[in-house]
Design a protein around this ligand. Structure first.
Ligand SMILES: C[S@@+](CC[C@H](N)C(=O)[O-])C[C@H]1O[C@@H](n2cnc3c(N)ncnc32)[C@H](O)[C@@H]1O
Length: 317
């Protein structure tokens, strides 16, 4: 049973990606999830074709049914793939009017205990978005086999966890006795690494380490960096790329990648959102997962004439 997922910044995404007066739009949604954004875009008569990606078997199975129920199977091609293979999966002559990425994990992944994403439930330390992929290290592989110094590094870099060293050392101590198997076992270790005064203040102590592990397992930052370089050259003139990020590490990558293309010789873009678009108070009240969302959008523009290519001539008298 696939859980419900409330699409974040849905109206804003529709507005920025498909709000213009155009027909025959070719679109892509690289993070299909529960299909909220995809179906809303594909249902528009101006959408001719939408290519969707997901790597989660639950999302794909649920998605295929949802597309059938909504009579969208002819319009939407749902691809079973990590979006990092975008350029390989989409024929090279297909150019896009709009591409969306709504990063991170879905509510279904978070709320399904056996996937191991959340310490709210007892579950195995898995955290793979594609649990069929045996080439991907699980959170358990990382926790039970990486050097303490490497664990410290990911807790610090991907989780911005201030007790990274203490937690990594404790993990190494505990696993020397017996492997750390479940989400609750790991949560308990982290909880006791926090000073007593901070254990119940603010976010749950385990939140940052769990975020770090999820990012490491799914190489979330690496695939994000790689995919932007595959998408921008495949935007039509006037085509747009919209990315929703959920934490500062992702947002930094999006911001830097967009800046790079603003000054790009071959594939220049304009940044349409000088400041990120944020959810309204009422969206956050309705869906707490939206609270950290940031939407940034770029648009492909015609190639600039570089000064070197067209040097000004000095006319001899
Ligand atoms: C936040 S949810 C998307 C929700 C969707 N926009 C909706 O409205 O229902 C993210 C989805 O993207 C998928 N995903 C994340 N990273 C991915 C990647 N690198 N390749 C393919 N799918 C990915 C996850 O499996 C998850 O189902």
């Amino acid at each position: 049973m696939y859980g419900t997922h409330k699409s974040v910044l849905l109206a804003e995404c529709l507005d920025w990606l498909v709000g213009r007066d155009q027909d025959g739009l070719i679109l892509a949604d690289l993070t299909f999830g529960a299909g909220g954004h995809s179906c809303a875009m594909a249902k528009l008569s101006k959408c001719e074709k939408l290519y969707a990606f997901d790597q989660d078997p639950d999302a794909l199975a649920h998605g295929r049914e949802k597309l059938k129920t909504n009579n969208l199977t002819d319009k939407v091609e749902l691809l079973d793939s990590n979006f990092v293979h975008f350029a390989q999966k989409i024929a090279s002559d297909v150019l896009f009017d709009g591409v969306l990425l709504d990063l991170g994990v879905s509510s279904h992944q978070f709320d399904t205990g056996e996937r191991g994403f959340s310490f709210r439930f007892e579950g195995p330390l898995d955290m793979r978005m594609n649990p069929r992929d045996d080439h991907v290290q699980t959170a358990s592989d990382i926790i039970n086999s990486w050097e303490a110094s490497d664990l410290e590094l990911i807790f610090r870099e991907y989780g911005e966890e201030k007790y990274a060293r203490r937690i990594a050392q404790k993990i190494a101590e505990v696993r020397a006795e017996s492997p750390i198997k479940t989400t609750k076992d790991l949560e308990d270790i982290i909880f006791h690494c926090y000073p007593k005064a901070e254990r119940f203040a603010g976010k749950k102590p385990a939140a940052k380490v769990f975020q770090a592990l999820r990012i490491a397992v799914n190489r979330e930052l690496e695939v994000l960096e790689k995919v932007v370089d595959q998408i921008v050259p495949r935007l039509k003139m006037g085509g747009r790329l919209a990315i929703i990020s959920f934490h500062s590490l992702e947002d930094r990558i999006v911001k830097q990648a967009f800046k790079k293309y603003e000054a790009h010789e071959e594939f220049p873009v304009v940044i349409l959102t000088k400041k990120p678009v944020l959810p309204t108070e009422s969206e956050i009240l309705d869906n707490s997962r939206a609270r950290s969302a940031k939407l940034r959008v770029i648009e492909r523009i015609a190639m600039r004439r570089s000064k070197n290519k067209y040097p000004s001539r000095t006319v001899k008298e």
